[in-house]
Ligand binder design. Structure first.
Ligand code: C2E
Ligand code: MG
Ligand code: MG
Ligand code: MG
Length: 272
């Protein structure tokens, strides 16, 4: 009897596994189609100089215009891409579109593109970067590459070298989601960056004295290293006020502008 039960459970489990498997396969196939069929589009979110209100850069954020499910956010497809080699294709597409778009903007601000660790794996990112700049005509100085700390953390020498090369070719290197991982600060000895972005997890809790202390420390660190610092996820006027008073000169967040598919404006409306 128990044996029968066991068999039944095992076969239910096998069915479930098979369903899971097929679901994964179809997700991958769909994403593959999306990448080749132009269903991936970019939204741009302004990064603003808090003291003047002017837009100094825009971050390119991937969106999937799905024919049936509507507009999908990265949380619904980046993980699938990361799990497979689709991230390389997606990342390449994003970089090319972002450079092309930014080259055509009236307001000639920097465009920031997020780089996944996977895109550095084969060691050929710099070639792609050069191509994207060349074909778009965008000057390297107007491109920023955002990487998270874990890229540096589990980065081998080849990864670090590619990151150095990004700066060597004239693009900016920016540390994204700063302080959100489990990394130490020691990697800052090995690599030069142009800017850091304080994770929105800190910005959200700017009422807490401890979080304030951390943000002041980051502002000080940035000043001493002579790099710029951006606070992500600014939603409240009070947050903006605190950042301004505490030496954090740049901000990004819904208060100053949501990701949008149109060209960036010169000024953040809120600070105009
Ligand atoms: P991220 O690079 O840290 O980008 C910032 C995220 O914060 C974006 O989410 C943005 O829409 C959101 N955000 C902006 N302002 C606010 C705010 O005031 N409050 C809150 N709560 N959120 C705000 P999004 O577009 O959903 O992207 C999520 C993540 O997906 C990005 O985080 C980035 O890590 C990844 N991602 C997006 N596009 C790409 C891409 O083209 N390539 C790679 N490798 N990753 C991407
Ligand atoms: Mg980013
Ligand atoms: Mg971020
Ligand atoms: Mg973040």
């Amino acid at each position: 009897k128990a044996k029968e039960e066991g068999k039944r459970t095992a076969s239910l489990f096998a069915d479930w596994m098979e369903q899971e498997y097929h679901q994964r396969l179809s997700q991958e196939a769909e994403l593959h189609r999306a990448i080749t069929n132009g269903e991936i589009i970019l939204a741009y979110q302004p990064i603003v100089d808090i003291n003047t209100g002017s837009v100094v850069a825009c971050e390119a954020l991937a969106r999937w215009q799905h024919p049936v499910r509507g507009l999908l956010m990265p949380s619904e497809f980046i993980a699938t891409a990361e799990r497979t080699d689709l991230m390389e294709r997606l990342g390449e597409l994003v970089l090319r579109i972002a450079c092309r778009d930014a080259a055509g903007w009236e307001h000639r601000v920097q465009v920031n593109v997020n780089l996944s660790p996977r895109q550095l794996r084969r060691g050929q990112f710099l070639q792609l970067l050069a191509e994207a700049l060349e074909e778009s005509g965008l000057p390297a100085s107007r491109l920023g590459i955002e990487v998270t700390e874990n890229v540096l953390l589990d980065g081998d020498e080849r990864t670090l070298q590619q990151l150095r090369d990004i700066r060597a070719c004239g693009a900016k290197l920016i540390l994204d989601d700063f302080g959100s991982g489990y990394s130490s600060l020691s990697y800052l000895q090995d690599i030069d960056v142009d800017g850091i972005k304080i994770d929105k997890g800190f910005t959200r809790k700017l009422n807490a004295p401890k979080v304030r202390a951390i943000c002041r420390m980051v502002a000080r660190l940035a000043m001493d290293l002579n790099i710029y610092v951006v606070a992500e996820g600014v939603e409240e006027p009070s947050q903006l006020e605190w950042l301004k008073l505490n030496g954090i000169p740049f901000a990004q967040g819904y208060l100053l502008g949501s990701p949008a598919t149109r060209q960036p404006s010169r000024q953040a409306e809120y600070l105009a």
